[in-house]
Write a protein that binds this ligand. Structure first.
Ligand code: HPA
Length: 268
């Protein structure tokens, strides 16, 4: 853990209080409004030296630390993507800070394209595994042997069970599937979508996998949920765009909030 992460955790505790954080939450494109549900303190990333600028529209670059359904959470209103800087480890410092604040669990959310008609736009998908199709890895350059992280259980089965039980109790479908990480920032070609479908992916997106890897490296348990904003390129007549992502994400966001609240109540 870097010195900087401990210093930033101390700064955050100074503003938000000393109680340890139990769970971190990363909000994807168009899901930022969830942080307003937290009874807590918002700290702009600009006040946290070394935090990414998270400059993608549809993200709110602030960290909110506080209470959600009886659990102390730290909510990242936006993330840094690999395609913004070319650095796959752009989220390393924020996740080190999360760990330093005490978090043992991380839930990452994202907006994604669906590769299966069974999971249409407006729905959610719980990641049960992922395919790193980007050719890079956030632990490249990490010198310690800790870099050889096993990813067999990257998506924690206990957390997945808890999230599925919460979804079921709320009557919200939460199918599981495999998420493929493409670097972005372009959307995929139809040929890439056909290829990754054959390789076993159910959804595609430009984020989350680096954070899952980093969180496992740091010893946190992780689960991730996609809000499906569109069908993959070539699978529907409609043109894919970031505007569409931002317009469609709130449909899934309401369901996501309901599931998360129930999950936190059940595990508090
Ligand atoms: N591809 C990649 N990222 C995405 C998509 C997509 O179709 N939809 C939302 N984010």
């Amino acid at each position: 853990m870097s010195r900087n992460a401990d210093d930033l955790a101390a700064l955050i505790r100074g503003r938000a209080g000393d109680a340890p954080v139990a769970l971190g939450l990363i909000l994807g494109s168009g899901l930022g409004h969830l942080s307003r549900a937290i009874d807590g303190v918002a700290i702009p990333y600009a006040d946290l030296p070394g935090f990414p600028h998270a400059g993608v529209s549809g993200h709110t670059p602030e960290l909110v630390v506080g209470d959600l359904e009886g659990t102390r959470v730290a909510v990242f209103g936006g993330r840094a993507h690999y395609y913004e800087s070319g650095r796959p480890d752009a989220m390393r410092l924020p996740l080190e800070v999360l760990k330093a604040l005490g978090a043992e669990r991380l839930i990452a959310t994202n907006a994604a394209g669906s590769l299966t008609r069974d999971i249409p736009p407006g729905g959610l998908m719980l990641l049960n595994d992922h395919i790193n199709f980007s050719g890079t890895n956030p632990l490249i350059g990490e010198p310690s042997d800790a870099r050889f992280v096993p990813l067999t259980e990257a998506h924690d089965s206990g957390m997945r069970e808890g999230l599925k039980a919460a979804a079921e109790a709320e009557g919200i479908p939460l199918p599981e599937g495999v998420y493929a990480w493409f670097s972005g920032p372009t959307f995929e070609t139809p040929a890439e979508i056909r290829a990754i479908r054959i390789l076993g992916a159910d959804a595609v997106g430009m984020s989350t996998v680096p954070e899952v890897i980093l969180a496992r490296f740091l010893g946190m348990r992780v689960a991730a949920i996609s809000t499906i904003t569109n069908m993959g390129a070539g699978m529907a007549a409609e043109e894919i765009s970031h505007a569409q992502t931002k317009a469609m994400a709130p449909l899934g966001a309401a369901k996501l909030e309901t599931i998360l609240r129930r999950y936190l109540r059940n595990t508090a």
